[in-house]
Write a protein that binds this ligand. Structure first.
Ligand code: FAD
Length: 603
């Protein structure tokens, strides 16, 4: 079977770079040790080999479709839900008392990397079911917890997050789906939701749509949004199912992720759609952010993993494809020699190294974010709040960098295959189509960038950035203790200076309330900040690799560690310099994208 991810790299990141062992000190994770973590990673791999990877192409070629009121998905999905339920994969990070494994998020996300790299059409169904059940577990009362969670974690019922409406995607303050009080504290829900992932298919018996709606008379804007659990079927005490007046009326045919259903839901056509309030009224968006923040890390992981699979597909091709000859020092080619493999051409090596630098840098950041989430969950006081702040700060970057740069990585992977990359016989075109959505759903890149510059930078008087700066300074100081890393430590220190320079330029706009100017180039700021954050990940990886090289007891071959240091150097040479262009653009004299009411449309 073709290789779609690298278990050695994953274990290097999990154990050596981000030290999952440090999480095992917490009572919550007492059931885990290094052996059980290894076993779980290996069993995720064998399940992915068996039931995910073999169906990757087939799910694209036989996409989900809607016919006569039903949504048909690939038959493997039924087996996936059943096995996920039986083996606990839907409750990995849930509390024991809610029926979960109480796994560190870091481990759950590491297993997710394996599943996503094997077949990015499947894990979203599982992730949404877990995320929706977790929202109910965190904020719901006992009655709805009992009503929904056991059947969701057992894989019998699916879960969704239903936010988007035809007139409101990025701006959730404009939600109009309504909730009218009914008997027993229940509500009648009426409205429409579009683009709902996993919102209908044949693999489960019921769906629980975690739906944002507005209770009649609630305040306008985000303050008047409540969260409801809305089942497709209501189950009576005698276990008979009654249709709850919410159904898919159409599906969306997409350019990628074609095996992952996306539907249009209509609620309350017959005025008989019951929703159960989750938590308190008007707090819905706050609650939903728990699921959305987790889902943003999940989307980042899907993107990083899809790009990882594309990298290994292009690497394999480059090792097998003969084409052209090496250029001799005389500048001539020796045509009497046989053709060389394309992996020997510097430009092909550049494209391969670029992919490796992007995907492993992104994976490292995502695992670090997962560790911060675990620490924020388990620790107390300052450690908890600091890690929470760091996670909040890094989440928009962890979603955006893999989605945007992962696409560039795959594009380079496709280029490695030349003409074959463009053809349906090879999977690169599919990876490129699949990853395109990731910069759109769960908040577009534009929205993530506004979040980073507009909310996360000023948050608590800039404390999150200070915390990150302190972490980077520690890494830089440690790198300086290794002769061969000093130059890279200095480069990264210079990059931190560039961020400060840009913020010093931008802050006066914010201080005088000119947010249009402050935020106009938020996406360029995201590009710059995420480039530096990934540079930090690479310096960390290089330190750990360097230590291992100097150590007599190595887990992996010396060449494995050398490849990490080499890729760090590649990143510092080819990627990090791009921050200078961002800086120049942000600080450029002309403001060219703001609306000027006094002038005619320039387009
Ligand atoms: C395949 C797929 C699956 C999805 N799954 C789900 C799901 O499960 N649940 C769910 O609720 N939704 C889902 N969505 C919806 C998705 O989250 C939205 O499409 C996305 O948030 C963007 O909203 P929109 O499509 O309305 O675009 P718009 O909000 O109209 O945005 C259009 C463009 O304008 C930009 N823009 C908008 N507002 C601003 C602003 N204030 N400042 C700067 N730029 C701005 C955006 O960045 C974007 O480039 C899915 C969508 C797709 C395509």
């Amino acid at each position: 079977m073709a290789r779609y991810m690298c278990m050695d790299t994953l274990k290097f990141l999990v154990f050596d770079v981000h030290r999952i062992q440090e999480l095992l000190q917490y009572e919550r994770f007492a059931a885990f040790d290094t052996d059980s973590i290894n076993i779980l990673l290996d069993s995720a791999m064998s399940w992915a080999d068996q039931d995910f990877y073999p169906y990757y192409r087939d799910m694209d070629e036989k996409p989900v479709y809607y016919k006569d009121g039903k949504t048909y998905s690939h038959p493997i999905l039924k087996k996936i839900f059943t096995q996920a339920g039986e083996n606990g994969w839907l409750g990995t990070y849930f509390d024991h008392e809610d029926g979960g494994m109480q796994m560190p998020h870091m481990l759950a996300n590491a297993t997710n990397h394996i599943f996503e790299a094997a077949n990015n059409h499947i894990p979203g169904y599982m992730g949404l079911t877990s995320g929706a059940a977790h929202l109910i577990a965190t904020f719901g009362n006992e009655t709805i917890k009992q009503k929904f969670i056991p059947n969701m974690l057992s894989g019998k019922w699916g879960g969704t997050m239903a936010l988007t409406e035809p007139q409101c995607g990025s701006s959730l303050s404009d939600i109009v789906t309504s909730a009218k009080p009914a008997a027993n504290g229940e509500y009648f829900i009426k409205g429409q939701k579009i683009f709902i992932s996993g919102g209908d298919h044949e693999a489960v018996d019921n769906f629980i749509h975690l739906t944002l709606a507005r209770i009649e008379g609630a305040p306008a804007g985000t303050k008047g949004i409540s969260l409801f659990a809305v089942p497709k079927y209501r189950y009576n005490k005698d276990e008979t199912a009654e249709y709850n007046d919410v159904s898919a009326v159409a599906d969306f045919q997409k350019m990628g992720q074609r095996g992952y259903s996306t539907v249009h839901l209509v609620y309350g056509e017959k005025e008989d759609c019951i929703g159960y309030l989750v938590g308190e009224a008007n707090q819905g968006l706050k609650y939903m952010f728990q699921m959305m923040n987790g889902a943003r890390i999940d989307v980042g992981m899907t993107a990083a993993s899809t790009a990882t699979a594309a990298y290994y597909a292009s690497l394999q091709y480059a090792k097998e494809r003969p084409q052209g000859r090496k250029i001799l020092n005389s500048g001539k080619k020796d045509v009497s020699e046989g053709q060389t493999l394309i992996i020997n051409h510097p430009d092909v090596r550049r494209m391969l190294l670029l992919q490796k630098a992007i995907v492993e840098g992104a994976l490292s950041l995502l695992l670090e974010c997962s560790k911060y989430s675990d620490i924020a969950h388990c620790d107390a006081d300052e450690t908890k709040s600091n890690h929470h702040l760091l996670l909040e700060f890094l989440t928009p970057i962890a979603k955006t960098y893999p989605s945007e740069m992962g696409r560039i990585a795959i594009n380079n992977g496709l280029q490695v295959l030349g003409g074959y990359g463009y053809c349906m016989d090879f999977p690169l075109q599919q990876y490129l189509r699949d990853i395109r959505i990731m910069a759109i759903y769960e908040g577009t890149t534009g929205i993530q960038s506004l979040d980073l510059l507009g909310r996360k930078i000023p948050m608590e008087n800039g404390k999150a950035l200070q915390l990150l700066t302190a972490q980077m300074t520690m890494t830089i100081n440690e790198a300086k203790t290794y002769e061969n890393l000093i130059v890279y430590a200095d480069i990264l220190a210079g990059k931190m200076g560039e961020i400060q320079k840009v913020l010093t330029y931008l802050m006066p706009y914010a201080a005088k309330g000119d947010y249009e100017n402050y935020l106009a180039d938020a996406t360029i700021f995201m590009e710059m900040a995420s480039n530096i954050v990934i540079g930090h990940q690479w310096l960390k990886m290089a330190i750990v690799a360097q230590k291992a090289i100097l150590n007599d007891e190595k887990v992996f071959e010396t060449s494995f560690y050398e490849s990490k240091i080499h890729t760090m150097k590649f990143y510092f040479k080819y990627e990090l310099p791009k921050t200078k262009a961002c800086l120049e653009t942000i600080m450029y004299q002309d403001k060219l994208t703001l609306v000027d009411e006094s002038k005619e449309l320039i387009f």
